[in-house]
Design a protein around this ligand. Structure first.
Ligand SMILES: Cc1cc2nc3c(=O)[nH]c(=O)nc-3n(C[C@H](O)[C@H](O)[C@H](O)COP(=O)(O)OP(=O)(O)OC[C@H]3O[C@@H](n4cnc5c(N)ncnc54)[C@H](O)[C@@H]3O)c2cc1C
Length: 464
């Protein structure tokens, strides 16, 4: 419970800039951007230093006062929205503390946006490869708490693979100092990796030591029209040779139609419609001619009968426009009404089977609904959105969400997949996790939680 005494102690321990109870200032932190969750809090903490975070958590720990943690508030599973808890925003933890081009690392605070990290790396002549459509708003702390994925996982891995270590304030207010920049360190359990992906339930990440990578000399993007997810899979195998492939995204016709029809400024780059598309990106580091290489790869793919048509971007603007077709699919679905969404992964080779089985299952539940499978085929992560039919109200459609989720997740389980590939569990998928997680894994997660946060004060409603 949040008591007046806790709040009074927080006010006297922290500078005035580091908290607010002003309703107008607090309001944007309480709204999830799609309007799915609306929260409440008696007190918003806005600490500017790790020391302030630690002081605040120490007070909350003494009073067993729960805290919800928020970064950029772009999360899609509701974990960042408080329901009566104190809200701690990392927005003012926004400094880049250290950069090192020899060791190729950057230490930045949790509230720095992903885009600012990318730009800082670029200014050093290096690359930070995590890339999400929300990168202008999401924070590094949130990226690590959710182990974010994005479009470059096929080459660089998820956020945890891009991190040397983190600094975090634990539930008793102590500071875990894990800001290493070592590439090798076998001195026991990697505790930073335990905190990454824990969705703020084990500690508040206050800073991170991030891995930087060589910046490619050049890159190329192409949108390739294909017959089916099976063909896209065969194309993936063909274009993957070498280490140049950095993105491989699957887009169905319906997705392209939504973006070009429902959002201003987007155009179908092909003259004729095609059933499926693969958005492909390559990075080039050597002296090879990138245009020639891409063309030769696509010629080989065409000879094998994998390509219906292809557009290779020949300017930065065209390259950006191709990526925008993929990144706007979710937003472009909004005008058609309610959508039931899934963020699943299966072994890459099983993606086509997943799509066939899931489509059959959901169309059995709702005859005229609009399945929209799209996303990261290169790493087996498909965003499986289902749009409501025109002949049904949103409320009636959403009432079917539990049954539809069960059917989709049963297929995911049968294929050896995951019910949350990159967005996390948050509030949204807790009941599914309880039912579907491996019991030993779930018990270990609970044991770790009760060892590190025995009074359950950090993100108490999230994940477990
Ligand atoms: C348009 C759009 C596109 C997206 N695309 C992708 C995508 O491709 N891949 C992907 O993985 N996600 C994607 N997301 C989801 C979201 O952007 C990511 O989950 C992101 O990592 C969340 O970062 P955030 O700073 O906004 O965190 P928030 O939304 O503020 O928080 C998310 C969770 O992390 C916890 N948290 C936040 N900061 C900290 C911290 N410092 N310490 C401990 N816990 C913390 C919160 O309590 C909450 O549980 C997308 C979202 C949008 C809106």
């Amino acid at each position: 419970m949040t008591t007046a005494k806790t709040i009074a102690e927080l006010k006297s321990a922290l500078p005035e800039k580091s908290w607010t109870q002003d309703e107008d200032k607090t309001a944007p932190f309480l709204r999830e951007w799609r309007g799915r969750w609306q929260g409440s809090t008696p007190f918003l903490l806005l600490p500017a230093t790790t020391r302030e975070v630690a002081a605040a958590v120490k007070i909350c720990a003494r009073h067993k006062t729960p805290i919800t943690v928020q970064g950029g508030n772009t999360g899609l599973v509701g974990g960042q929205i408080p329901k009566g808890e104190i809200l701690l925003s990392t927005a003012r933890l926004n400094k880049i503390r250290e950069t090192d081009t020899d060791n190729m690392h950057m230490i930045c605070e949790a509230g720095v946006t992903l885009q600012d990290v990318q730009e800082a790396a670029d200014n050093l002549g290096l690359k930070f490869p995590l890339s999400l459509a929300s990168e202008g708003s999401c924070s590094i702390g949130g990226n690590l708490a959710t182990n974010a994925g994005g479009v470059h996982v096929v080459k660089y891995g998820t956020a945890r693979a891009l991190t040397f270590g983190v600094e975090a304030v634990l539930a008793d207010g102590s500071v875990f100092e894990g800001l290493t920049s070592l590439r090798k360190d076998n001195t026991g359990i990697d505790l930073s990796q335990v905190l990454i992906g824990a969705e703020g339930t084990l500690g508040i990440i206050t800073a991170a030591s991030l891995k930087l990578f060589p910046k490619p000399r050049d890159s190329a993007r192409a949108l390739v029209a294909v017959d089916s997810p099976d063909t896209a899979l065969a194309l993936l195998a063909l274009v993957r040779s070498g280490d140049r492939l950095s993105m491989f995204e699957l887009i169905p016709r319906l997705g392209l139609e939504y973006v070009t029809r429902n959002m201003a400024g987007h155009k179908d780059p092909f003259l004729a419609p095609h059933p499926w598309y693969a958005l492909i990106e390559w990075e080039f580091f050597g002296s090879e001619n990138s245009q020639d290489l891409v063309e030769s790869i696509l010629v080989r793919a065409t000879e094998k009968g994998l390509v219906r048509d292809a557009v290779v971007a020949n300017s930065q603007a065209q390259s950006t426009a191709l990526l925008a077709l993929r990144e706007n699919i979710s937003a472009a679905q909004k005008p058609i009404g309610a959508t039931i969404k899934h963020d699943i992964s299966v072994p890459i080779a099983k993606v086509p089977t997943f799509i066939v089985r899931a489509n059959a299952a959901v169309l059995k539940h709702v005859k005229d609904c609009h399945p929209l499978p799209f996303g990261h085929l290169g790493d087996g992560n498909i965003h499986y959105n289902i749009g409501q039919p025109e002949n049904m109200t949103s409320a009636d459609f959403m009432a079917l969400e539990p049954q539809i989720n069960d059917s989709v997740y049963d297929i995911v389980d049968a294929l050896g997949g995951s019910i949350s590939a990159e967005h996390g569990i948050g509030i949204l998928k807790k009941s599914q996790l309880v039912r579907r997680a491996n019991p030993a894994k779930f018990q270990m997660m609970r044991q770790i939680k009760s060892a590190l946060d025995p009074d359950n004060i950090l993100n108490p409603r999230v994940l477990l």
